[in-house]
Design a protein around this ligand. Structure first.
Ligand SMILES: Nc1nc2c(ncn2[C@@H]2O[C@H](COP(=O)(O)OP(=O)(O)OP(=O)(O)O)[C@@H](O)[C@H]2O)c(=O)[nH]1
Length: 427
C-alpha cells in the first residue's frame, strides 16, 4: 500500500488545487489573478510612517489556514511587502512554520492557545516582532481551537502599545466539517460558529469534498451566522488576495468595500470592517485610531455577551460563565478545554504501511494530526497531514535538523493507547 498522496514538496507550501465543483469554479472565476497592485512598491517605500497592518487567520483545525497563509506570504513577497508571521500551535512543535522561507520573520507561540493560556504573550510577541523586523504586515495564524474574539481583544489591547491596525479576520471554514458538526451540535460546533461570526471575510473551503446541494447548505449556514462578511467558496483556500493588500484602503471607523465590490454597513468591527451579529465586537464602536482606547473598558460587556451566546442546545460547556467577574482567559479556554494534544517524537524510521494503518484506525475523536516521518521502506522523509480522516503525504527534504514527530489533536481520546501504538511502530 502506497500512501494516499505522494508529492514532491515545492518551494512554497501552496498546494495544487483539487477538482473544483461548478460552484467553486463560479466563485473562483470572479477572483482576480492575485497580481500585485501597482501602488504596492510606493506603499513599501513609506513603511516608517504607517501603522502595521495585522491580519488574523482563523478557522477550525485543519480547515486550510496554513494553505491560505502560504499563498498570502508569496503574494507579499512578490510585491516587496515585508511580512512577519505569528504562528500559534497547541502542540509543542510548529510543523507548518518549518516550510516558511527563512527570510520571513516568524514568532512561534507553541504549547498553548493565544486566545487563553498564552494570550498575554501575544502583545509581547507582536511588539518584539515589529520592533525587531519593522514589517509592513503581520499575519497571525491562530490555533484552530482558538476563539477569535479573545484574539481580537488581545490584538486591540496590543494596539495601546504600538501602532498596529487590525485589518482582517479571515475565517477559513472547513465546509464538510461544518456541515457534519451542524447536525451533531456540541462545543466544537459552537466554536466554529464563533469563528464564523467574528469574520470580516469568510472562506468556505474544501468545496471539492462537497456535493453541490451540500455546498449550498454550508453557505446558508455560514450566511445565517454572518450576513456581512464577503463569502468565497474555495478549494485549497484559493481566493482573491486583494483583501490582504496593504493598499486596500480601510476607512477609519467604517467597513470598506467588500472584495466583491459591495458596500458594507457602518457598524464598526475592531478591524474597521463588518462582522456577524453574534460577534460582540460589533457593538463596540471601534474604529481605527480611536477604537483601542474604548476597548479595555468593554471586557465586562464582552464576557456577558459571550456567556449568554448559546445558539447550541447541546453545549453546556460555558453555562456557568454568567459571572461577570469571570476571568477572561479562563473563559476563552472553556470553549475549547475539551481539545487535547499528543506529541510523539519518533526514535527512528517506521514502516509506511504500519503508519498508514495507524492513521486509518485513529478514533473518530482524533480529528487532526500532522508531523514528519521517515519511512524505513521508502528511505524518504515525509510531511503528513491528517484532517478529518483524509491523509496526505508530501515528500520533503528538510534543511537543517528536523525531528521525526507526530502531533495528534482531538477530543477526549485515549492518549495512552495511542502512545502505545506509536511505540509499537518503532519496534
Ligand atoms: N480536499 C481538500 N483538502 C484541503 C483543502 N484545503 C486544504 N486541504 C488539506 O487539509 C489539510 C489541512 O490544511 P492546513 O492548511 O494545514 O489547515 P490548517 O487550518 O492550517 O490546520 P491547523 O494548523 O492544524 O489548524 C492539509 O492536508 C491540506 O492539504 C481543500 O480545499 N480540499
Amino acid at each position: 500500500m502506497v500512501p494516499v498522496y505522494l508529492r514532491e514538496r515545492k518551494k512554497s507550501m501552496t498546494m495544487p488545487g483539487g477538482e473544483p465543483t461548478n460552484a467553486t469554479n463560479a466563485a473562483n472565476a470572479t477572483n482576480a489573478t492575485n497580481e500585485p497592485q501597482a501602488s504596492s512598491s510606493a506603499y513599501a517605500a513609506n513603511r516608517e510612517d504607517r501603522a502595521v497592518a495585522v491580519h488574523l487567520l482563523s478557522g477550525f483545525l485543519g480547515s486550510g489556514k496554513t494553505t491560505l497563509l502560504n499563498q498570502v506570504v508569496d503574494y507579499y513577497k512578490a510585491q516587496d511587502i515585508k511580512v512577519a508571521i505569528i504562528m500559534n500551535e497547541l502542540g509543542d512543535v510548529n510543523l507548518d512554520g518549518q516550510f516558511i522561507e527563512g527570510d520571513v520573520p516568524m514568532a512561534e507561540m507553541l504549547g498553548g492557545c493565544i486566545c487563553c493560556t498564552i494570550r498575554s504573550d501575544l502583545g509581547i510577541e507582536l511588539k518584539e516582532l515589529i520592533e525587531e523586523h519593522r514589517p509592513d504586515v503581520v499575519l497571525i495564524e491562530s490555533t484552530g481551537a482558538a476563539n477569535p474574539m479573545e484574539i481580537i481583544d488581545a490584538v486591540t489591547e496590543a494596539a495601546l502599545l504600538m501602532r498596529i491596525d487590525l485589518r482582517t479576520i479571515a475565517t477559513v471554514v472547513d465546509g464538510p466539517e461544518l456541515l457534519a458538526r451542524s447536525k451533531r451540535g456540541g462545543r466544537t460546533f459552537k466554536l466554529m460558529q464563533d469563528q464564523i461570526r467574528c469574520a470580516t471575510d469568510l472562506i468556505v473551503n474544501k468545496a471539492d469534498k462537497l456535493a453541490p446541494e451540500e455546498l449550498v447548505e454550508v453557505q446558508q449556514l455560514a450566511r445565517e451566522l454572518n450576513a456581512f462578511a464577503p463569502l468565497t467558496v474555495t478549494v485549497r483556500s484559493v481566493i482573491d488576495l486583494a483583501i490582504f493588500d496593504p493598499t486596500h484602503a480601510v476607512k477609519p471607523g467604517a467597513a470598506p468595500a467588500a472584495a466583491d465590490g459591495s458596500a458594507h454597513a457602518e457598524r464598526a468591527h475592531p478591524s474597521g470592517r463588518e462582522c456577524g451579529p453574534g460577534c460582540n465586537h460589533g457593538d463596540h464602536d471601534h474604529g481605527h485610531g480611536h477604537a483601542h482606547e474604548h476597548h479595555v473598558h468593554d471586557h465586562h460587556a464582552h464576557d456577558h455577551d459571550h456567556a449568554h451566546d448559546h445558539g447550541d442546545a447541546h453545549d453546556h460547556g460555558d453555562a456557568h460563565d454568567h459571572d461577570h467577574t469571570h476571568d477572561h482567559a479562563h473563559h476563552a479556554h472553556e470553549s475549547h478545554a475539551h481539545v487535547m494534544t499528543l506529541t510523539h517524537y519518533f526514535a527512528g524510521p517506521i514502516d509506511s504501511h504500519d503508519f498508514e494503518e495507524l492513521l486509518n484506525g485513529l478514533p473518530q475523536d482524533v480529528y487532526r494530526a500532522k508531523g514528519i516521518v521517515t519511512f524505513s521502506d521508502t528511505n524518504s522523509r515525509f510531511l503528513f497531514q491528517f484532517a478529518y480522516r483524509e491523509t496526505e503525504f508530501i515528500r520533503i527534504t528538510p534543511q537543517g535538523e528536523v525531528h521525526d514527530v507526530a502531533v495528534f489533536i482531538g477530543e477526549h481520546f485515549n492518549k495512552e493507547a495511542l502512545q502505545q501504538r506509536l511505540a509499537e511502530l518503532e519496534k
